[in-house]
Design a protein around this ligand. Structure first.
Ligand code: BGC
Length: 366
């Protein structure tokens, strides 16, 4: 029934689009008629390793939105390679996209692409990561300081539940060249620093992981742990880094005793929570984020002025005020994994495989 309604709506859209196009052509007879054409959109995603989201969620949702709107979109992934990122951008610019959406690999290389696009008259959208000093026309993301606050509070709650006295907390931050990692850290440090200061928690090692490289994150954490066996909690900035930490903890038979945080509500992260090895994750509804970005891009591609970027973010480098959409993240613990499934971000079948079946039932996932 629901499918039927959607199908009808889609036909309706197509029909309207067709009529509108005809109408324009008629009224424009005598001219070239080029003004009625819908522009193309280019999207460059960063990699497929720093988080599962780029491979499994963003590309899929963006494609669905552009397809539904009848807007031609070229969605590519730079696979963590900054040269490749530039090459993809050059191709899209040469191909005359009307809008370019990027998730930068760092602000410097991101800005180079945004500058070239701007020079070619292409509208630009920073997706998820703000390109510092980049001058994109729009920015779509989550409240990333809030993401960090949820992680900090989640870790504090898990440590409290363990009844540890003055537990040592290690921090494993995201990439030093990702503005989001800076914002996440600002958020969790705003929770943790006062507790280090009043002696509730003990400040342990704190390091950033270049390019969010999960394997390197594991190596860094193993060094932290061998130098400080008393680490009792780990603020890991996303699920990939959290899983790298958990793998090391397993090796030392410490998993489950040392709460670890995460972010992205990946299948692996949710399973680590079910197993009791991960304390929490942060769910960012990627569909909302990709819908917000595609809505802006679709409006521009159709020659309309977008009206949905009602917020603003100040670029700390250029001090420019960037029209933005910032969405709200949600903390997820064992009890609320079911909410992520209900939202359709992951399926029960993906999360509740045989090894997690009992834990799923216990967590109220039906
Ligand atoms: C994103 C996170 C992601 C991380 C690594 C950040 O910029 O906001 O969702 O886990 O990059 O890809």
């Amino acid at each position: 029934m629901r499918k039927g309604l959607f199908a009808l709506a889609a036909v309706g859209l197509l029909a309207t689009g067709g009529l509108a196009a005809c109408g324009k052509k008629d009224s424009g007879s005598g001219s070239s008629g080029g003004s009625s054409s819908v522009g193309k959109v280019g999207v460059i995603l960063p990699d497929t390793k720093s988080s599962a989201r780029w491979a499994t969620a963003d590309a899929k949702y963006l494609k669905e939105a552009f397809d539904a709107a009848g807007v031609q979109a070229d969605i590519q992934n730079a696979q963590g390679d900054k040269t490749q990122f530039q090459t993809i951008a050059d191709g899209m610019i040469a191909n005359k996209v009307k809008v370019l959406i990027i998730v930068n690999l760092d602000s410097g290389t991101g800005k180079a692409v945004l500058d070239k696009a701007k020079a070619a008259g292409i509208a630009t959208i920073d997706y998820d990561r703000l390109t510092l000093g980049g001058g994109a026309n729009y920015y779509v993301s989550f409240d990333n300081v809030k993401v960090g606050e949820l992680q900090g509070q989640g870790l504090v709650d898990c440590l409290k539940a363990k009844n540890y006295t003055k537990p040592i907390v290690a921090e494993l931050n995201g990439s030093p060249t990702d503005n989001n990692a800076t914002l996440f850290a600002q958020g969790y440090d705003s929770v943790l620093n006062p507790l280090y200061a009043d002696g509730t928690l003990t400040k342990g090692p704190n390091q950033s992981v270049p390019d969010w490289d999960n394997a390197q994150g594991g190596t860094i954490f193993e060094q932290m742990l061998t130098q400080n066996k008393q680490i009792k909690g780990v603020l890991a900035a996303n699920d990939g880094l959290g899983n790298a930490v958990i793998s090391v903890l397993k090796k030392y038979k410490l998993n489950g005793q040392v709460p670890v945080t995460g972010q992205d509500a990946t299948t692996q992260g949710l399973q680590n929570i079910l197993a009791g090895d991960q304390c929490m994750t942060v769910y960012k509804a990627i569909k909302q984020e990709s819908d917000a970005a595609s809505a802006l891009a679709i409006a521009i591609a159709k020659g309309q002025k977008p009206t949905t970027a009602t917020g603003t973010v100040t670029d700390p480098t250029s001090k420019a005020s960037v029209p933005s959409v910032l969405l709200t993240p949600k903390a997820i613990t064992k009890d609320t994994i079911k909410d992520v499934i209900a939202d359709g971000f992951v399926t029960k079948d993906e999360v509740c495989t045989a090894a997690y079946a009992k834990a799923c039932t216990d967590a109220g996932i039906s």
